[in-house]
Design a protein around this ligand. Sequence first.
Ligand SMILES: [Zn+2]
Length: 202
Amino acid sequence: MAGKTLFWDVDTQADFLRPEGKLYVPGSEKIVPNLRRLTQWARKNHVLVVASADAHQEGDEEFHLYPPHCLAGTPGQKKVPETTLSNQRVIPNQPVELAGELEQAEQIVVEKQKFNVFTNPNTDKLLERLGKELDIVLYGVVTEVCVAAAARGLLERGHRVRLVRDAIHHLEEAQAKELLEEVERRGGRLVTTDEVTGALKN
Ligand SMILES: [Zn+2]
């Protein structure tokens, strides 16, 4: 029996998706129309969107590998409008009590300072609360980095993952291809935006 459906948006923030962004993912602007379609479909169909978001501080570990990006409080850290829903809650990267009315939000933003969203100490609590064997529709950037970490973490926790192959983008194509193969090998599925927005129609 399929569990509840949840959309999982990875780091669709201005610094990654906009050509002027601090860590622009070349070509990622092409997926923005699909990101928008998925986001609007979720809103209309009352499907909750969990969205991870980098919220870095100066000196974060990751800046040894990548130029500084998504610094908390800067315009580049904001989610792009195409993936932003107005009824939103933000879960910071520190232990917090999850509010009782959380599920009434359209979008729950989980802040992080490392690739893996499960480094936010609240992520597991949030998922446990949302249910077991969730049917998760996963998309965003960067395929072989933060999307990969989310896919692995979700599969390890026993959730179903549908990776939206035309709503993700990579930096390294070969590594991204490996991730897609890994997801399928581990029981996840590769789908398209059309399939998601058509097949789930209420
Ligand atoms: Zn980062």
